[in-house]
Design a binder for this molecule. Structure first.
Ligand code: ATP
Ligand code: MG
Length: 557
């Protein structure tokens, strides 16, 4: 440590919001270069490399082959797939000296498809799984949270190529199992949850989430069955309702009821009995979205469902040329030529209080299927704790987590875009089907820090720690000599050792640093060094024991 390029800090960096950000900077693992761009110092590089090693071993074990594609990519393939424009501001774009357009790769489906198109001509060349561990670039809107969300970050991305749907399912299952082993070995507590399959439809997609308060994802899991999903992917089963026997719809004057709460209080009904209708523009077309009055619309979810269409909120100008749309009093009954999307809770037969399409007026006994029709059901409300589990009905739990991996049955989207065919068994061309699978390698380092750190600092699982043993010379002369011989013996037996041989620092400062750095075992040569006695601390449990050096070495090796 007298020569190590790593200075520990006593104070948290001013801009740090998350625990991992604070500790990785304070313990000298990383330094900020620019917003969302990080320098990995020696301790950090070791942890990053350990994560990469585990990922690499498990990818190799399922027969995936490592390659390295460029990060600097030409525009054309991303124009073919449509992502040059779809990615919007997330993409780092640049020009070369001749004015040709390039991008810095955010993910590589296009380029891998082209590699396989170039290399594989027959069904005999497939299946194939390729992966790389590489730097990715995304111009994230809010690159906070340190290396959890970088604009430059390390990702392991792999891609499978098969001739049949069964083959794809097999490649997907192999990846799923490898990911479980990877996160298990890394010591990351994780859940596998259903994710949104996106605009391609039909295909399976799951995320690996590491529960942590710093996480930007919310997921639900069921306390009584094994259902777990990203909140964006939760679906609600529409209740079966007997729609008979409702009184006819009736208009009621409701002055001064601008909010759902005021309306519900005025009428003496719960907010859940009212129907709220949000107007949005979908690729410029005004569309109404109906949800129960006590629920919020999740615009992100709505956008996911309707992608690649662009969803925007309506503005005052949009109302100006639509006298039929009365702001604050929209109801689905009598809406003319406006598509009506609704939450499944607005089921056929349900009766509602809603706007009467007249100022200061609402209508009651407005029945779905009798007084209005729903054009399309979509799960668009913000999921809340206690919502019924789609699989067993029990109340769901809501938790925050970090997305550490994502596996995805892409199907033929990219093969179609690039005409990726191989000659099939019958001599006819067969379109290839693909999977794509990512792990946030640098993000996993931060996720591990989030899950394992305590009030004293980082606390790495053995597999990823920057060293196996942190040897502290708590004193000059005799303690230093004992610490040096301990370090030498441990290294000789194959253990990775960090030796604190710094002069002029008190034992207290050195021990505080050792706890901050978070190597699993701390061996202290201090006051009793003259008797050959050292103290062995286990960082995760905090247990301490005085042992002879030989006993300590035997224990550690
Ligand atoms: P997020 O929703 O967090 O933005 P994503 O779904 O866009 O992530 P993917 O395209 O699925 O990310 O990328 C695969 C993996 O790469 C993610 O599961 C995540 O672990 C990691 N990753 C994605 N974006 C970042 C980032 N900005 N910084 C660090 N790791 C990232
Ligand atoms: Mg993802």
């Amino acid at each position: 440590m007298s020569r190590l390029m790593a200075k520990t800090l006593r104070e948290d960096p001013a801009d740090a919001e998350t625990l991992s950000h604070k500790l990785l900077v304070r313990a000298g693992y990383v330094r900020r270069s620019s917003a969302g761009v990080w320098t990995w110092l020696p301790l950090g590089k070791r942890v990053l490399d350990n994560v990469s090693r585990v990922v690499r071993e498990e990818m190799d074990a399922i027969g995936a082959q490592e390659v390295l594609l460029p990060a600097l990519l030409p525009k054309e393939p991303y124009e073919v797939s449509g992502r040059w424009s779809e990615y919007g501001d997330l993409l780092f774009r640049l020009k070369d000296r001749k004015g040709a357009d390039y991008l810095l790769g955010p993910t590589h489906e296009e380029i891998f498809t082209l590699v396989v198109k170039d290399q594989c001509t027959s069904y005999k060349d497939l299946p194939v799984m390729l992966y790389q561990i590489q730097t990715k670039y995304r111009d994230e809107a809010r690159p906070r949270s340190g290396v959890l969300r970088g604009r430059e970050f390390q990702m392991k991305d792999s891609y499978s190529f098969d001739v049949s749907d069964e083959g794809l399912a097999e490649s997907y299952a192999l990846h799923r199992a490898a990911y479980r082993r990877i996160f298990e070995r890394l010591g990351l507590d994780h859940r596998i949850v259903s994710a949104v399959s996106g605009a391609m439809g039909g295909s399976a997609s799951e995320e690996f989430l590491a529960p942590a308060t710093a996480g930007e994802d919310t997921f639900v899991d069921c306390p009584s069955c094994d259902y777990a999903a990203n909140t964006e992917a939760v679906t609600f089963a529409a209740p079966a309702v007997d729609g008979a026997g409702h009184a006819p719809a009736q208009e009621i004057p409701t002055p001064d009821t601008p909010t759902i709460e005021a309306l519900a209080a005025h009428l003496g009904v719960p907010a859940s009995a009212t129907l709220k209708n949000l107007l949005v523009k979908v690729d410029g077309e005004i569309v109404a979205v109906g949800v129960p009055g006590d629920r919020e619309v999740d615009l992100g979810k709505l956008g996911e469902h309707l992608a690649p269409a662009v969803v925007e909120l309506v503005t005052a100008e949009d109302f100006a040329d639509r006298p039929d749309l009365v702001r604050g009093y929209v109801g689905p009954q009598g809406l003319d030529k406006v598509r009506y999307l609704a939450d499944p809770r607005v089921a056929p037969g349900t009766s509602w209080v809603t706007g009467a399409n007249k100022a200061d007026t609402h209508a009651r006994n407005v029945v779905c299927g009798r007084d209005f029709e729903v054009d399309r059901y979509l799960d668009v409300v913000v999921v809340e704790a206690g919502d019924p589990c789609p699989s067993c009905g029990a109340g769901l739990r809501l938790d925050r987590a970090i997305e550490i991996g994502h596996i995805f049955q892409l199907g033929r989207k990219y093969a179609d875009a690039f005409g990726l065919d191989v000659l099939g068994r019958e001599g006819k061309p067969v379109r290839v089907t693909m999977g794509s699978y990512g792990i946030g390698v640098s993000r996993a380092v931060a996720a591990l820090a989030e899950q394992t750190a305590d009030e004293r600092g980082l606390c790495w699982p053995a597999e990823v720690a920057p060293a196996d043993v942190h040897v502290v010379a708590a004193g000059k002369a005799v303690p230093l000599a004992l610490a040096e011989s301990a370090a030498e013996a441990l290294s000789a037996s194959g253990l990775r050792v960090l030796l604190d041989d710094r002069a002029g620092l008190s034992p207290g400062v050195k021990l505080t640093d050792a706890e901050l750095i978070g190597v699993p075992w701390i061996l202290v040569a201090g006051r009793r060094s003259g008797d050959g006695v050292v103290e062995l601390q286990h960082r995760p449990t905090g247990t301490r024991e005085e042992l002879t050096l030989d006993e300590a070495l035997a224990r550690l090796t």
